[in-house]
Design a protein around this ligand. Structure first.
Ligand SMILES: C[S@@+](CC[C@H](N)C(=O)[O-])C[C@H]1O[C@@H](n2cnc3c(N)ncnc32)[C@H](O)[C@@H]1O
Length: 213
């Protein structure tokens, strides 16, 4: 009986681990396919919220999570940040490196699956997470910031679903921010900027900048 239970535990652990690894690989394949075009699918310019608030952000070492082709990471590097930028898609990371080289910008761009990656603690003056929702990263983001460091997050809110199936953004509510969710998640930080609402036609987002006390 004992042996059977041990086998069952081993089997279940193996199954769960393989599912997690498979999820990362699936993400990589799906995103590589989307990025496999000459165009920069999200453009080369940073999001407006980052651009408008660049003067507010604590200068120094920045980590750009799920950076895609690097529009925001390269903007930060151009503005004097020492940038680490990662993404699960090796195609996107390569495109970011090409853009960096073309513009003579230095950046540490690397492939990482955020389902597995561990953010180094107490390392960063700024961490951004833009149009990527993975709630279990929040404690790691908080620990990764130095005291006085800032987090900048922007992504679609749950109201995005009101536009119907043809609007951009995820359709699974799991990947959309609830009303006030970012405010609640960073209640232990000093909130410097927060907004929720429609920022463009068919685009409703939540954005926050918060500072570690
Ligand atoms: C909507 S795009 C946003 C890209 C970028 N932040 C921007 O605004 O241009 C979402 C990004 O998350 C990345 N991603 C998806 N799953 C990931 C994972 N498990 N680990 C790291 N990055 C992931 C995708 O490759 C994609 O680049």
């Amino acid at each position: 009986m004992k042996m059977m239970i041990t086998y069952m535990i081993l089997f279940c652990s193996f199954f769960l681990l393989s599912q997690i690894a498979f999820a990362g690989e699936e993400d990589r394949k799906r995103w590589n396919k989307r990025y496999s075009t000459k165009e920069y699918i999200y453009g080369k310019e940073p999001i407006a919220f980052l651009k408008e608030n660049i003067h507010v952000l604590t200068k120094g070492k920045a980590l750009v999570l799920a950076m895609g082709e690097g529009r925001n990471a390269l903007f930060l590097a151009r503005n004097g940040f020492d940038v680490d930028g990662c993404d699960v898609s090796d195609v996107a990371v390569k495109k970011c490196k090409v853009l960096a080289q073309e513009n003579n910008i230095k950046i540490n761009a690397f492939v990482a699956d955020l389902e597995e990656y561990e953010i180094a603690t107490n390392q960063y003056d700024l961490i951004t997470c833009i149009y990527y929702t993975q709630r279990d990263l929040i404690p790691q983001i908080k620990a990764g910031l130095k005291k006085g460091g800032m987090v900048l997050i922007e992504t679609y809110s749950i109201d995005q679903l009101n536009y119907g199936d043809n609007a951009p953004g995820p359709k699974n509510p799991e990947y959309l921010l609830k009303h006030n969710e970012l405010l609640d998640l960073f209640r232990d930080f000093h909130i410097l900027s927060y907004r929720e609402g429609e920022v463009a036609p068919q685009k409703t987002v939540a954005s926050i900048i918060a500072q570690k006390k």
